[in-house]
Every structure is written in structure tokens, then in C-alpha cells.
Design a protein around this ligand. Structure first.
Ligand SMILES: C[S@@+](CC[C@H](N)C(=O)[O-])C[C@H]1O[C@@H](n2cnc3c(N)ncnc32)[C@H](O)[C@@H]1O
Length: 245
């Protein structure tokens, strides 16, 4: 049975930022193949005043501006999100926020299995807190503050779309990515391509010998070594998991 395409709706004050990113490479192809539908919505078009005001000064004073709740709410409504936030719905609303759960592969896999993702990009000081009643999940791309949620939304969309069946041609290759199940959560091994010798640097001999068992063993050892060196926290987490089992 053909799987329904994933729909991703992105709410932003800066829709032009998304041009290019979603028309190129794998994401562009995934849309052409009908595996995913991505739509970018300008929140400002749902503002009802003459000047299409979508942000305002914060109550209580202080610097910056805050995204007004009503234009965002109205955009939600155009996407079929019920006015009553307690009503059951098929959409998962994500607010990109430095205060959210850090994006990782597990979360990407969870989100890529949804039918409809609605990504809300904040800007300036953020969005009016009352909108959080409609938000299912806050997601951060790391412990640093960016200007807006647009780049985080692009990163999330890219990772989620890449994980949808059929998007990456060689589906098997995903298993061997960093953090994936093939390496039990380890980092990916190093990769090399032609020429065999480049600026006096040689490709490891084992990769040229055609012995697949030895290559697999070497790759596993390299993965282990670089995880130990670059991300020892992943090994500790894996050890903890196996102790719990
Ligand atoms: C300048 S930030 C506001 C930060 C907010 N005052 C705070 O400290 O939590 C503006 C917007 O950028 C987005 N943003 C910034 N950093 C982010 C991050 N690390 N991950 C995801 N979104 C982020 C959010 O949508 C946020 O509303």
C-alpha cells in the first residue's frame, strides 16, 4: 500500500528565507516524487489590521518584540487545527525554541512517522506564551540562541524528510549513519574516495583489498574509536541502556 505523503506546514514572518533550501537536493526531489508536501506560510498575511501587524512590544516592558498570538492562531486555523486546543487532532504542532527538547535522531524518527507537522518559527523575543496551549512539542537545535526559528525549522525538516521511506535511494545506508541503529548509536566511520593517494595521504590499505569482512570489522573499530574520542557521552549512554536491560 502506498504511504501517504508527510505534510509539513511552516509558519514564519520570513517566508523568503526558505526559498532555495527546499527546492534543491533531496528535499526538492522528495517533493517532486510526492513523498512530502512542504508549505511555507507568512504569518503576517493573517494579521487583520491595516498594517498587517504580527508582532508587538512585550507587556511589562523590556527589549524586543513578541509575535502576536492572533495571526499565528489564524494561520493554525487555516491548516485545520481546531480552535479548542484540547480537541483531538492529527497534526503535531512544534515550536522551534532554544528552551525545547534537543533535536536528536530519535526525535527525528518519531516526527518523520507523523502525518502532519506544523512548525512554528519564533523571532525577536519569541511568541506570545498563550500559543503554547496549541503546541505539542518544543524543539531546540542546540544550546545557543539563534535570531529566529527559521534555520532550526529547515534543519528539522531536512532531517525528518531524509528519514522518510523512499527519500534516500539506498535506504540501507541510513542504518550506518552516526547515531543510527547499525552502529548501535555510534558515530559513522571515516569515508574515502578517489584518488588513492592525494597530497601524500593514502587511503587505508584495508579499504582497497576487497575483503568485506575485514572492511566491516575496520569500520566498526573506527566508529568505536572516534565515538570514544569525540563523543564519549554516547558510549556511556549505550552502557547505561544495556545495564537497564
Ligand atoms: C532570539 S530567539 C528568542 C529567545 C528567547 N528570548 C529565549 O531566550 O528563550 C527568537 C526565536 O528564535 C528561535 N530559536 C532561537 N534559538 C533556537 C534554538 N536553539 N533552537 C530552536 N529555535 C531557536 C525561536 O523560535 C525563538 O522564538
Amino acid at each position: 500500500m502506498k504511504r501517504q505523503p508527510l505534510t509539513i506546514d511552516i509558519l514564519t514572518l520570513f517566508p523568503k528565507m526558505f526559498q532555495g533550501v527546499f527546492t534543491e537536493s533531496l528535499i526538492g526531489k522528495a517533493q517532486e516524487k510526492g513523498l512530502v508536501r512542504i508549505q511555507v506560510h507568512d504569518i503576517r498575511t493573517q494579521a487583520t489590521d491595516r498594517h498587517r501587524t504580527a508582532d508587538d512590544r512585550p507587556f511589562g516592558g523590556g527589549p524586543g518584540m513578541v509575535l502576536k498570538p492572533d495571526p499565528v492562531f489564524r494561520t493554525f486555523r487555516t491548516l485545520g487545527i481546531p480552535a479548542d486546543p484540547k480537541r483531538k487532532r492529527r497534526s503535531t504542532v512544534v515550536y522551534l525554541s532554544p528552551q525545547g527538547r534537543r533535536l536528536d535522531q530519535k526525535l527525528v524518527e518519531f516526527l518523520s512517522a507523523r502525518k502532519h507537522l506544523v512548525l512554528l518559527c519564533g523571532h525577536y523575543e519569541g511568541v506570545d506564551e498563550r500559543l503554547m496551549d496549541w503546541v505539542d512539542l518544543e524543539v531546540s537545535v542546540g544550546d545557543a540562541v539563534l535570531t529566529g526559528g527559521e534555520i532550526p525549522a529547515m534543519a528539522l525538516t531536512d532531517a525528518v524528510v531524509r528519514w522518510r521511506p523512499g527519500v534516500v535511494q539506498d535506504q540501507d545506508s541510513l542504518k550506518w549513519d552516526s547515531f543510527a541503529e547499525g552502529w548501535s548509536g555510534l558515530l559513522d566511520c571515516p569515508h574515502y574516495t578517489r584518488p588513492q593517494v592525494w597530497r601524500d595521504r593514502k587511503v587505508p590499505e584495508v579499504l582497497l583489498e576487497g575483503n568485506h569482512a575485514r572492511i566491516a570489522q575496520w569500520r566498526r573499530e573506527m566508529s568505536m574509536e572516534r565515538t570514544r574520542r569525540k563523543r564519549p557521552d554516547l558510549l556511556r549512554a549505550e552502557k547505561k541502556k544495556s545495564e537497564i536491560k
